[in-house]
Design a protein around this ligand. Structure first.
Ligand code: FAD
Ligand code: DHB
Length: 393
């Protein structure tokens, strides 16, 4: 039998950043992760860090490699009708920027630093389950591996940082939660290619055949996405078909797409999803376990980090003063940001994608919106302040 102050389920961005924030305040935690260390460090996912996220990682002392290897971008391009239009973050937000640094690299840095500090992460934890959530001493049951005896970890609080398919949220009675959701009739096909990025900055392209996005992971690696039908089979997309479609959708006068060997490809579903409240008794949900945004605008990871920042502050207040004030308002505080980020991600998705149900009016309206956003300073500024990250509470 063991005990800790905070039991953290999941070693994704939410769980690992939380463990560092707590450690800095002298609060003990144990992180339990069902996958191997290699798996969580190699998973290809997000790549855009908001200024807030960069500042926090730096502050936590895990930003050294990010500062060396990350690419700082001060704008993005919106492309439509074959022309590009730059949104200048620097000028529109008073000098704020984003950093391109892969989620997998963030995870590596967070794991290295936690293990170097001698703090526990249990990888490959089996049969993880959470109990007594409404009492003063919740617990997490798990096995260290398939052959070992079940263990029980008693905690003051449990942080459910185990993503959309985790066990924490489903352990809360249905009647205690309300779900808000919206699906999209399309997905993103993403590739990682060994090719120097064809543009300095990210390009979001609206095209009659569907959306395309040019992003990158480094000066040698491009990350590209294509809107595709929701039920698409990746086997129907040989490399040449992907490049052909990217060339068509990203086409722009005087610009060519750099191609190279495709190292990885996959399809990502798109949905907007929120559960309220983000707390049940002493279980606090954070990140993808409580909400999912469609990827347009790159907010998923950043929102997960914003949640745990609020949670760490609330837990620290509890230990320093005995007050539950910030814990009681945790869910409401997070949800104010969550809904603003949901709005932004839905809006970027709606403006840039092709919806088959749209009629000719809707298509002209979409172009009108893109023209507005790229020609009005007020509209461009609204996009920019959301993209670089709204201020923290
Ligand atoms: P996660 O990163 O999902 O971490 C949860 C962790 O919990 C995982 O390590 C998981 O293995 C673990 N876990 C699950 N169940 C258990 C259990 N029972 N016991 C113990 N551990 C458990 N966002 C963007 O902004 N841009 C993108 O391009 C982008 N691409 C994505 C592509 C894919 C395929 C996916 C799935 C997501 C993508 N996202 C993207 C979203 C972004 O990666 C997530 O929002 C972010 O990872 C959320 O962090 P998290 O810590 O809340 O959850
Ligand atoms: C990336 C993902 C996004 O969802 C986005 O809007 C921009 C970039 C990326 O994976 O690089």
């Amino acid at each position: 039998m063991r005990r800790t102050q905070v039991g953290i389920v999941g070693a994704g961005p939410a769980g690992l950043v939380l463990s560092h924030l707590l450690y800095r305040q002298g609060i003990e935690s144990v992180v339990l992760e069902s996958r191997t260390r290699e798996y969580v460090q190699e998973r290809v996912r997000a790549g855009v860090l908001e200024q807030n996220t960069v500042d926090l990682l730096t502050d936590l002392g895990v930003g050294e490699r990010m500062r060396r290897e990350g690419l700082v971008h001060r704008g993005i391009e919106l492309r439509f009708q074959g022309r590009g239009h730059r949104i200048d973050f620097d000028e529109l937000t008073g000098g704020r920027a984003i950093t391109i640094y892969a989620q997998a690299e963030v995870i590596k840095d967070l794991i290295d630093a936690r293990l170097a500090a001698g703090q526990p992460i249990v990888f490959e934890a089996e049969n993880v389950s959470v109990h007594n959530l409404e009492g003063p001493r919740p617990s997490i049951q798990f096995r260290k591996d398939k052959d070992s005896e079940p263990e029980e970890l008693f905690c003051d609080f449990i942080a459910g940082c185990d993503g959309f398919h985790g066990v924490c949220r489903p352990s809360i009675p249905n009647e205690a939660l309300t779900v808000y959701e919206r699906g999209y009739p399309f997905a993103w096909l993403g590739i990682l290619a060994e090719a120097p990025p064809s543009s300095e900055e990210l390009v979001y392209s609206h095209h009659d055949r569907g959306f395309a996005l040019l992003s990158m992971r480094s000066r040698q690696l491009s990350r590209l996405y294509l809107q595709c039908p929701g039920d698409e089979n990746i086997n129907d997309w040989p490399d040449e078909r992907i490049w052909q479609e990217l060339r068509t959708r990203l086409a722009c006068d005087g610009w060519t797409l750099t191609e190279g060997p495709i190292l990885q490809k996959g399809i990502t579903e798109m949905r907007s999803w929120v559960v309220e409240p983000m707390q049940f008794g002493r279980l606090f949900l954070a990140g993808d376990s409580a909400h999912i945004v469609p990827p347009t605008g790159a907010k998923g990871l950043n929102l997960a980090v914003a949640d745990v920042r609020i949670l760490a502050r609330a837990i620290a207040e509890f230990y320093s003063s005995g007050s539950c004030g910030l814990l009681d308002t945790y869910s409401d505080t997070c949800l104010r940001r969550v809904w603003k980020v949901q709005r932004f991600s839905w809006w970027m998705t709606s403006m840039l994608h092709r919806f088959d149900s749209d009629n000719a009016f809707d298509r002209r309206r979409q172009l009108g919106e893109l023209d507005y956003v790229t020609s009005s300073r007020a509209a461009a500024q609204s996009l920019a302040e959301n993209y670089v990250g709204l201020p923290m509470e």
